[in-house]
Write a protein that binds this ligand. Sequence first.
Ligand code: AMP
Ligand code: MG
Length: 475
Amino acid sequence: MPPKSTYRPDPRMETSGLPLFDRVAAADFPQTILRYRNDRAAASIGLDMSDTEWIAHFGRFQPLPDNLPEPLALRYHGHQFRHYNPDLGDGRGFLFAQMRDGADRLLDLGTKGSGQTPWSRGGDGRLTLKGGVREVLATAYLEALGVNTSKSFSLIETGEDLRRHDEPSPTRSAVLVRLSHSHIRFGTFERLAYVNDRLALGNLTRYVAELYYPELARLEGPDLTHALFDAVLTKTAQLTAQWMCAGFVHGVLNTDNMSLTGESFDYGPYRVLPHYEPGLVAAYFDEGGLYAYARQPDAVFWNLHQLARCLSLIGDSAPLIDSLNAFTDRYQTAMAETFCRRLNIVSQGLEADTALLAAGFKVLETLKPQPRSFEGFFFDWFGGVMSEGRALSGPRAEAYTTDAGLMWRERLKGYTTADPDRLDHPFFTRPDPATLLYDEIEALWAPIADRDDWSLFEAKLAEIDDYRTALALNP
Ligand code: AMP
Ligand code: MG
């Protein structure tokens, strides 16, 4: 591949001196069939290539020019469902490349399903094709809804038969490449704390600050540790608010799935709410409902507590606790901001926005019997009062004339539209938004499984992309 001037390799991890990785090799797959390539994401990092070259890099893992000569499996531990597990790490993935985007931010290309590593233990190191399809859809949809998420970069089917207890087996295999801002997890810090490597904890703190929070890089020692934790806490509170306003249930909010950059990633058994349902649980193995929709802020807070515990080895407890105590406020502020942003209306200050949010969730409760009503509400009222005519003539109109509906409309009167032009998009002549319900994914998977028919998958991605352009929440 002749490198473009916008391709700016910067494989930092390898020269970081941090004890965080092992050099590994990708599996040699019997087949490599390209199923999805994200050309928009590729353009953002200056990668432009033919399908053949694409498969060579993202199915066969030939190194990218001037990038990592060998992939790096990353070491981490983590709390899973609140139990500490030191037997984690990149057991089916690795860091493949690092590069800068147009805004000079460092990005990672990481894999899922690329083969066994020293951390695979009993696992086969593989990803099911259905798992890959689900992750591609999740990232596209969350991006459309303005969630700070990793991007699915590539999905290549790899021609193996996998055995899984949660899918009809044998089932097809794939390798996914994701583009994200770092693969440093809360669990990366937990592992260093577990082995009591304070030197590495300090070095990792500086590495994360320098690369992902450059505004903090002038600080050092415990001051840097405290400031970094505070910044991560804010970012993570914002991400949580984005999930809540997207009706998204991540499903596996373990500390190894929490990024230091506050970016959402690693999508397994997630669900998108069909209607407002506080108790909706995504993972069938989450028997106690620990990661149910409405419990996500608590789960995130608990995870932040674990990160603080690790950082207390190289900082002081009091400022870390001060930050933890600020979580509820930060989360509520983020909820108010995110709610207004999702509705394309101008914030009227925390107090008013919080009251509006409460009125909105009351309407969501009354909408409960209707499918697609969670996203439907945000779709109907996108643009605020300017959309009243549209909302009152749409499929959810009745709920907007109940007491809760009237209260909501009254509150909304105090709000102006942030960007009226967005309502000109033809998507807003539709009665319903794009959704990504469990049954829709099952329905588009069935023809792939039965007769290798990808048309419904392609159509769903096109619909989501149209919705993304209409909402314009994640430029
Ligand atoms: P994940 O579900 O990909 O977030 O993985 C959670 C942990 O289990 C990580 O340490 C993975 O490396 C490991 N893991 C999950 N599936 C496999 C697999 N098929 N082979 C090896 N390790 C796996
Ligand atoms: Mg994971």
